[in-house]
Design a protein around this ligand. Structure first.
Ligand SMILES: NC(=O)C1=CN([C@@H]2O[C@H](COP(=O)(O)OP(=O)(O)OC[C@H]3O[C@@H](n4cnc5c(N)ncnc54)[C@H](OP(=O)(O)O)[C@@H]3O)[C@@H](O)[C@H]2O)C=CC1
Ligand SMILES: CC(=O)N[C@@H](CCC(=O)OP(=O)(O)O)C(=O)O
Length: 355
């Protein structure tokens, strides 16, 4: 395994769930990574067939044939495995992959919630084994990046929590907003629900429509509260509403909070620029300019803007990401980079696709 940037041999990568949206995006991004090469693409339902059968846009990737899900075979072919699999599936696969000696980056929600009972309450199925929950490092790179270096197992954050936490943490850490007052109004493109079809992601249900779902019941609520609790040192509860927007990619998280003092837009811009000054993927908008999902499309950026309102004493924080990149595959590669001790932005320097 190359441990340092600049060495020539590449890290070998396997992707379980390579036929899903997260997996296909991992393939797209890793194809351009200078120190990683995909050596196995894995499918539980299409093993033995070429990936380009289902995804003609991947006709020119080198590894074509889909492998089956077998931990020891994966360990022969790869050093690191991404599990881009549904929650409830990852928890069954990950222990075997770790025992086979692989480094694992899991994109599902299975290992993010550290308390098994809380996990079961929100995810509605059995929690993963406690020892693996404890082993998993929560890979919100801009906040906990130092903890990821040199570990074997990273739990990649959820898409909504990524946008939301990056938008809230600097102001909370500075004591500028009251954690008890937070309301989060979040919207996602349809690819957030994965490639499987369902009535809720059916074209006729989504097109020309805008609807709320899982209000106060979303599985990302305990993830957001867990991290905010860590940051503040006290239990935090949030009001969190998720909505589906008729677009393919993108998340906008709009957050409202009571300010603890008198701060204006420039104060917030300065605070956030300072907080993220070493972090290549958070871009802070100038006063009066709010980010749009198209401005991060296809990229690993999280863009943030503010409106501090002296009249109400509240601030509105707006944060956008591409759910499949910064919200999933891109952040997972950012975690790979940190895990390997490489530059955080290696292979991720994509300018957003516009328009
Ligand atoms: N889409 C998004 O924006 C985000 C997704 N996530 C999370 O990332 C994970 C992947 O999401 P996404 O790619 O969208 O989901 P998809 O539904 O698009 O893909 C999931 C893939 O998992 C594979 N799979 C299903 N069952 C099994 C199994 N028993 N063993 C092995 N593989 C299996 C399937 O492929 P096959 O049948 O070929 O095995 C399927 O293609 C999920 O946990 C999701 O919650 C996280 C953040 C954002
Ligand atoms: C639009 C849409 O349906 N989005 C999904 C995001 C799911 C996801 O990413 O799941 P985990 O992060 O929990 O693995 C949802 O709201 O449930």
């Amino acid at each position: 395994m190359p441990g340092e940037q600049g060495e020539t041999s590449k890290i070998r990568i396997a992707i379980v769930g390579s036929t899903g949206y997260g997996g296909v995006e991992l393939i797209r991004l890793l194809q351009a990574h200078p120190l990683a090469e995909i050596t196995s693409v894995i499918s539980s339902s299409s093993a033995g067939t070429p990936i380009s059968d289902g995804f003609p846009h991947l006709t020119d990737i080198i590894v074509q044939n889909l492998d089956g899900v077998n931990a020891s075979e994966i360990a022969e072919k790869a050093d690191v495995v991404f599990t881009a699999t549904p929650s409830g599936v990852s928890s069954k696969l990950v222990p075997g992959l770790l025992e086979a000696g692989l480094k694992v980056i899991d994109l599902s929600g299975d290992y993010r919630i550290k308390d098994g009972e809380t996990y079961e309450k929100w995810y509605k199925h059995p929690a993963p084994e406690q020892s693996y929950l404890e082993k998993a490092v929560y890979g919100l790179c801009e906040i906990f990046g130092e903890e990821v270096t040199d570990v074997d197992f990273v739990s990649n954050p959820g898409c909504y929590p990524t946008a939301t936490l990056l938008g809230l943490i600097p102001a909370i850490s500075a004591g500028w907003i009251d954690p008890k007052s937070i309301i989060i109004d979040a919207k996602s493109g349809v690819s957030g629900s994965g490639r499987g079809t369902s009535l809720t992601s059916h074209y006729a249900e989504i097109n020309e429509n805008f609807k709320a779902y899982k209000v106060n019941k979303h599985q990302h609520i305990p993830e957001i509260e867990q991290v905010l609790g860590q940051v503040t040192g006290e239990p935090v509860t949030v009001t969190f509403t998720t909505q589906l927007v008729p677009m393919t990619r993108g998340i906008m998280s709009t957050m409202y909070a009571q300010m603890n003092g008198v701060y204006n837009d420039e104060d917030f811009v300065e605070l956030y620029r300072q907080y993220y000054k070493e972090r290549p993927f958070v871009r802070v908008r100038d006063k009066g300019i709010w980010p749009a999902t198209k401005e991060v499309y296809g990229s690993n950026y999280c863009d943030v803007g503010f409106a501090a309102d002296a009249r109400t004493g509240r601030v509105t924080i707006i944060s956008v990401i591409d759910n499949i990149v910064k919200g999933a595959a891109g952040q997972a590669i950012q975690n790979l980079n940190l895990m390997m001790g490489w530059e955080e932005n290696l292979g991720l320097g994509y300018t957003p696709v516009y328009p």
